[in-house]
Design a protein around this ligand. Structure first.
Ligand code: HEM
Length: 464
């Protein structure tokens, strides 16, 4: 049973073979729970087995989940050839493409990541604040008065527009509409579910064609539009001065001086839309749901927005991402044995830091079931206990972008509207593709809207 093990650290601890204990339910029952009642399943397992346990999910095999900060640190610090996140994300590859940073590992992943990171550096965000605010203003002006509407749909329209304008740099309305329509036809939420069934369906070619032909057409349409945009942009005389992410990526080169190929650019841009718009939209909807149920919190957010400050709203956003993380876990496929919680885990298994359970661990967050933004007012949250953006060499590239965007959108809505929830009961957490989303899309209403504030004309994106 016990074995001495040459782990990545000191080879002196006696380790157990096999996997940590887990729920004794058949794999089908665990999978159904994971799909339909994921929060309950996580909580039951934690109650029975503590921070680290295993689960057996159809399609994913045996996975080890952990909320122990020590183990999470070990996962995030592991070298790229020991744990593969790209392999664990492979279900996304039909949408994001084979060159996407999300589905690559080791050197190929690092090349893409290094090329993508500079445009998302925290300092750059300031140049985009005006764009983000004016997109939010335009959206608010279209909202109905005195009638309930689903806030998540509206935040999703805002975050899509922000990506198209700030990341893709598309200023023309009609062109943006074209991109939006083609992207919506790809609707990742619907396709993820189908892709999960793909291994079964591939065995029946006629059914496979029926199920995926629409997708292939939509993906080809989107790719064609993307390549057209890349060619147009290269031909534009001001390409080098523009500050949008696409323009910066067009000029980027790797350590050997090689630029990104068109296929790489296309896949990374699709990745930024897929990874960046629905996640941020859902995070915004959850933040409003949590904030608006607490009038004292909302009042303070509004006062602060009027005063032009942001320390409190930033803490509210962090606390919302703690209580309602958008992704419940991040996964790593084990390529070389690794020690987790006293077990020697073997290649082929998957280890997953549990974002959800870390965020509700009393030792990490006393009174974890309560919404207390004040816990984030001072200092940065700890990287092995607050993990809405994952961690290590795979940490979300758009984390600063998303936090900035959320601040701007919330403060703009706070300054201009008297938004209120229209449902008395709290939103349930439901699965939406791979995310945890509010079950009713957060119905809200507004009665009064103040005019948008006049801003200095926004500087050209490249000028700051
Ligand atoms: C609130 C909004 C967001 C949340 C909660 C979120 C969360 C995450 C998580 C959990 C990961 C996986 C990290 C890991 O495996 O350790 C990730 C990866 C990633 N995210 Fe985000 N994200 C958000 C917004 C964005 C935005 C706005 C962008 C870009 C526009 C973006 C781009 C990416 C990319 C490119 C990766 C892949 C990184 C890699 O594999 O190296 N995300 N995100």
């Amino acid at each position: 049973m016990a074995a001495m093990f040459d782990s990545q650290s000191t080879p002196t601890v006696e380790l157990k073979e096999g996997l940590p204990p887990g729920l004794p339910w058949p794999a089908l029952v665990q999978t159904l729970f994971w799909v339909f009642r994921p929060v309950q399943m996580l909580r039951i397992a934690r109650k029975r087995y503590g921070d680290t346990f295993s689960a057996h999910l159809l399609g994913l095999g045996r996975i080890v989940m952990t909320a122990d900060p020590e183990e999470i640190r070990r996962v995030f610090a592991a070298p790229a050839d020991r744990l593969h996140a790209g392999e664990a994300n492979m279900v996304l590859s039909p949408i994001v493409g084979q060159h996407s940073v999300l589905v690559l590992d080791e050197e190929r992943h690092m090349r893409q990541r290094k090329l993508l990171l500079p445009p998302f550096h925290g300092e750059r965000m300031r140049a985009w604040v005006d764009e983000m605010e004016s997109i939010t203003d335009e959206a608010i002006d279209t909202w109905p008065r005195g009638e309930a509407f689903k806030l998540r749909d509206q935040t999703q329209a805002i975050t899509m527009d922000i990506i198209l304008r700030v990341v893709f740099g598309i200023t023309d309305h009609a062109r943006r509409r074209e991109f939006r329509d083609r992207m919506n036809a790809l609707e990742p939420n619907i396709w993820f579910r189908k892709f999960a069934l793909a291994p079964l369906i591939q065995k029946i070619p006629r059914m496979e064609r029926r199920m995926f032909d629409d997708f292939r057409r939509a993906k080809a349409d989107f790719d064609a539009l993307m390549l057209e945009e890349l060619n147009d942009r290269r031909a534009q005389p001001d390409a080098a001065e523009r500050g949008d992410v696409l323009s910066l990526l067009l000029q980027a080169a790797d350590d050997e001086g090689a630029p990104m190929t068109d296929d790489e650019l296309r896949d990374e841009l699709v990745t930024l839309v897929v990874a960046g718009h629905e996640t941020t939209a859902t995070a915004l909807a959850w933040t409003f749901e949590l904030m608006l149920r607490r009038p004292e919190v909302w009042e303070r957010v509004r006062e602060e927005a009027e005063a032009g400050e942001s320390a409190y709203v930033d803490a509210v956003i962090k606390e919302s991402l703690r209580m309602r993380p958008i992704l419940p876990l991040v996964a790593r496929v084990i390529k070389e044995p690794i020690e987790i919680a006293g077990y020697r885990l073997r290649p082929g298994n998957t280890v997953t830091p549990s974002i959800y359970l870390s965020h509700y661990r009393e030792a990490n967050y006393p009174d974890a079931e309560s919404f207390i933004p004040e816990r984030f007012i001072e200092g940065q949250p700890e990287g092995s206990t607050w993990l809405p953006f994952g961690g290590g060499i795979r940490r979300c590239i758009g984390a600063s972008f998303a936090l900035y965007e959320m601040r701007v959108v919330i403060q703009t809505i706070a300054r201009r509207t008297d938004i209120r929830l229209t449902r008395d009961v709290e939103e349930p957490i439901v699965r939406r593709a791979i995310t945890f989303a509010p079950g009713n899309d957060v119905p809200v209403a507004i009665d009064n809207v103040k005019p948008a504030r006049t801003r200095e004309p926004a500087p050209a994106m490249g000028s700051s």
